[in-house]
Design a protein around this ligand. Sequence first.
Ligand SMILES: Cc1cc2nc3c(=O)[nH]c(=O)nc-3n(C[C@H](O)[C@H](O)[C@H](O)COP(=O)(O)OP(=O)(O)OC[C@H]3O[C@@H](n4cnc5c(N)ncnc54)[C@H](O)[C@@H]3O)c2cc1C
Length: 508
Amino acid sequence: MDKNMNNFDVIIIGGGLGGLTAGAKLAKEGKKVCLIEQHSIPGGCATTFKRKDFIMEVGLHEMDGLDKNDPKTEIFNDLEVFQNIEFLKIPDFYRFTNERRDIVIPDNKEEAIRVLIEKFPKEEKGIQKFFQKISGIQKEINQLPTEKWKLLLLLPVFPILSPNLVMNTFKTLGKFLDDIIGDEDLKLVLQANLQYYHDDPYSMSLIYFSAAQGSYFNGGGHFIKGGSQKLSDYLAKIITDNQGEVVLGNTVEKILMKEGRAVGVEYQKTFGKSKEPVQVFAENIIANTALPNVVSLLPKENQKPLQQKIQHLEKACSLISVYIGFKKEIKQLGNKHYSTFVCDESVKTQKDLFKNHKGSFEKRNFVFVDYSQIDSGLAPKGKSFGVICSADYLSDWEKLSKEQYKKKKEEVAQIFFKRLEKLIPGIMNEIEYYEVGTPKTIQRYTLNPNGTPYGFAQIPKQSGMFRIPNKSPIKNLYFASAWTNPGGGFTGAILSGWFCAKDILMIK
Ligand SMILES: Cc1cc2nc3c(=O)[nH]c(=O)nc-3n(C[C@H](O)[C@H](O)[C@H](O)COP(=O)(O)OP(=O)(O)OC[C@H]3O[C@@H](n4cnc5c(N)ncnc54)[C@H](O)[C@@H]3O)c2cc1C
């Protein structure tokens, strides 16, 4: 492609956090960016929607870290995020409750160790080992300078630099906990929020669990005042403030190739009658869209290298959310906790967790997030917003007619409400409005296959050195999303965008 034909320096397919972070950094560094998003708002999972009086947060329960060692801190400083977005510290990490235990886990490592030893005195050694290990892993990850985080991909060649990372490359969380702890309740308490990463402790990568959990124990959990849309909108604004374009409500249908290089994309309106395709060209293309989607955007003859790399990879689980607007602040009903993880009585050991996630909604473990515990900015004074969330699968929602789908959503909401009422008596009377978001909803709004927000499952054989790198096997095509390096969640997606931008800018 003749350089002069390019309309842009970089085209980004998708406006999730990976695409937005890459776009913001590149635009700030003087690149002309065009980001194309199929939805009418930027953000992907990091969005909000308005219903009645309420701003409903789609995805953010807690963002980890933001301490001085967290690589996001450098990114947010560079992009002046802290000057423009207000982060609210969440009081505790989480509360775990089952029929035997009710424990609040502080977000500070020393305090968490103290509380856990008090509750499980016989397990003192195991508790110390747990925190030593996850801190050791997390420290080694953070010691890699930000630009070298992607060296995670090469870990086994750094046994001296990163012994914890190397030794645990193939370890799962489940096996690790079995090795160091005897009490099954303690194992459940320590991974109460497993659904934030994966659905099965026996295939959850210990390194990935430690990176995220360690970051929560270092810097705590945070919410964005007014909702995660604020961050997404801010990143999009950096692009438009720097001569870039953010094209909303348009879907990329094709990646255009010339002589083996990605040179442009073809897009058209997501909805509406006038569906004239538009072609734009650039030096580099970044795909924030899910990796399996990238394959189908490529011309048939260029699909093979990527298809071969990803065809056997396992996709992560999805989530179901019941978004609720309350007539009251739920803290007025006596609830004192931001995140409460409810573990069903049928779950006796961590071996029961995977089955539980796949099982009936009557028993499936869930979290209730009560945003009235902070000044969230999601509801008018005196009212509040909350969400019930659980691991889920697209297969629970496929092959239903429109009516069956609607009916099932209502049934599931009522099941969760009854279970929530047991936790916080009187809460059902305070519901003003609710809406259910299923894996099908996530799929519809993000185009992520299986409706997964986490990309490929974070299991040892798909983590670290085995994760698909940000530079694709196709010339001039990059990946920035939960599907690629380093992984899912707000942090994973933001880092992937950052790495991509740096690769393109050829800076460290
Ligand atoms: C209910 C829920 C709760 C969560 N809670 C947390 C939490 O508390 N903490 C945390 O860290 N993480 C959480 N996550 C996970 C986190 O939000 C995601 O992992 C992360 O935001 C994914 O970012 P991404 O860059 O991969 O893009 P995505 O959010 O997947 O977005 C991809 C974007 O690309 C667009 N797109 C796709 N294909 C095309 C195309 N062909 N043309 C144009 N546009 C396209 C989509 O519309 C979408 O906007 C949660 C997610 C969900 C759904």
